[in-house]
Design a binder for this molecule. Sequence first.
Ligand SMILES: CC(C)(COP(=O)(O)OP(=O)(O)OC[C@H]1O[C@@H](n2cnc3c(N)ncnc32)[C@H](O)[C@@H]1OP(=O)(O)O)[C@@H](O)C(=O)NCCC(=O)NCCS
Length: 198
Amino acid sequence: MSSDIHARLDGLPGFPVLAGRRVRLRDPCPGDADAVFALFSHPEVMRYWSSAPMRSRMQAEGRIGEMQDGFARRESIDWLVAARDDDRAIGSCTLYRFDARHRRAEIGYALHPDQWRRGLAREAVSLALGWGFRSLGLHRIEADVDPRNEASRRLLLSLRFSSEGLLRQRFLIDGRAADSEIFGLLHHEWSPGPPRRR
Ligand SMILES: CC(C)(COP(=O)(O)OP(=O)(O)OC[C@H]1O[C@@H](n2cnc3c(N)ncnc32)[C@H](O)[C@@H]1OP(=O)(O)O)[C@@H](O)C(=O)NCCC(=O)NCCS
């Protein structure tokens, strides 16, 4: 299938809001600053993240601006994961580093620890993957994970990603080196059905 990712991104009528059973993926707004700060300042969330935890609410405001700019420039789709019942932001999910020639993108995600182990990340990431494959025509979606991050590894494996290799000391975070395990999922491997049983 031939596809021009940039044309599809440029042709979006607005920010793509995706609705699941328990979460909704929506655009960020200035009113989300407290929730974004609560997420990206939490030591458990940031334990294996590729940057240091936020230290001030202003950083969250700046991050929301970057998320909005990324979409305006069609360089990233930075969703906030919102609870279906009250629309409060409980996490984030991002498709970024679009490579149109190879129909490839990367995915990243985080959920507030209050919401862990309820299947919400799986639901949110599934929505983003489905949209990336179907609406953008992506051929491959990648994720890079600190190999000590068992929750993220398990999430990706349950979504049929394959572990494809280890890049040593790829990140230096606050002076400490961290390895990076690369995961990949091809369009024909993607299925929104129940998790793969191991
Ligand atoms: C990774 C993260 C998003 C998972 O969120 P979650 O909502 O708890 O995940 P889910 O409940 O949807 O679970 C998805 C799968 O991962 C497994 N899993 C989740 N947390 C786990 C843990 N701590 N240990 C082992 N497995 C775990 C679940 O059992 C499930 O597997 P299954 O479908 O085979 O049963 C969450 O831990 C997080 O936000 N971590 C901090 C941010 C982060 O590290 N992001 C990734 C950077 S690469």
